[in-house]
Ligand binder design. Structure first.
Ligand code: ATP
Length: 267
């Protein structure tokens, strides 16, 4: 089941260039993730240690998942998106076995990025927020193997996680993220850049990107993408409306034609 979650680097399909703005975040991740995975030889000394855990946090739709995928692609690493449905099982003890299998597989296909989206609800819930016995066991097993990564550098496995609710995260999990990077709402300049990236293959001569950037305060990258899709549908919708109108007129003409049937001759 876990094997089916592995995406090889050449099949990821998202590149840094597809992500608008977020340049500083990309640079930081280049340094923290891509370099250690691509050039582990540079991190063999005592001072330079590769990071084993990075947390991306911020509002939904700001591109955290996209960033994680692009990083794996740029690093030439396999990407494993950990979903709880692949780990949890109805059989006793299987959950822990699945976590073990996850890390064994990650090492086998390394370099690897293990990505845990919504880590607060999947792994890191505080007891007060309602941690169940099953998530506690998964969490402990996960931390055990994660710690193993720290003591065996050069294995080429990193844990990347994302959350919209960093304050709900368990202390023990937070501590294991050596770096926590905020991916916030885009500024006006960033919105403009995201729009330019999203529409890079479209005809946009008559678009005022600056004005749209100004009018979309509070929009995330995901909102901007949805806006572009809705706009792209406009000509399609107009075409459908025109067809409907034509259809109505044709029916009207037919009805009118019926009324004007030749009167029958009366003897
Ligand atoms: P969530 O917390 O809901 O999982 P997220 O922060 O992981 O959200 P993504 O899933 O990466 O956000 O973003 C959703 C979609 O929005 C992406 O697939 C992409 O199409 C678009 N998007 C978000 N940010 C950007 C960006 N900076 N540039 C281009 N597209 C973006």
């Amino acid at each position: 089941r876990i094997r089916s979650e592995v995406i090889p680097a050449n099949e990821i399909g998202v590149k840094f260039a597809d992500i608008g703005s977020l340049d500083e975040t990309k640079d930081l991740l280049q340094e923290l993730v891509i370099l250690p995975l691509r050039r582990p030889d540079l991190f063999k000394g005592n001072l330079l240690k590769p990071c084993r855990g990075i947390l991306l946090f911020g509002p939904p739709g700001t591109g955290k998942t996209m960033l994680a995928k692009a990083i794996a692609n740029e690093a030439g690493a396999s990407f494993i998106n950990v979903s709880m449905s692949t780990i949890t099982s109805k059989y006793y003890g299987e959950d822990e076995k699945n976590v073990r299998a996850l890390f064994t597989l990650a090492a086998k296909v390394s370099p690897t990025i293990i990505f845990v989206d919504e880590v607060d609800s999947r792994l890191g819930q505080r007891k007060s927020v309602g941690e169940t016995e099953s998530t506690r066991k998964i969490k402990n097993e996960f931390m055990l193997h994660w710690d193993g990564l720290m003591t065996e550098p050069g294995e080429g496995v990193m844990v990347l996680a994302a959350t919209n609710r960093p304050f709900d995260l368990d202390e023990a999990i937070i501590r294991r993220f050596e770096r926590r990077i905020m991916v916030g709402l885009p500024s006006i300049e960033s919105r403009e850049m995201i729009l330019r990236t999203l529409l890079s293959n479209e005809k946009t001569d008559d678009l005022d990107f600056h004005e749209i950037g100004q009018k979309t305060e509070g929009y995330t990258g995901s909102d901007l993408k949805n806006m572009c899709i809705t706009a792209a549908y406009r000509p399609v919708r107009e075409l459908i409306q025109q067809e409907r109108l034509k259809d109505k007129e044709r029916k009207k003409r037919e009805e009118a034609g019926k009324g004007k049937e030749e009167p029958k001759e009366v003897e």
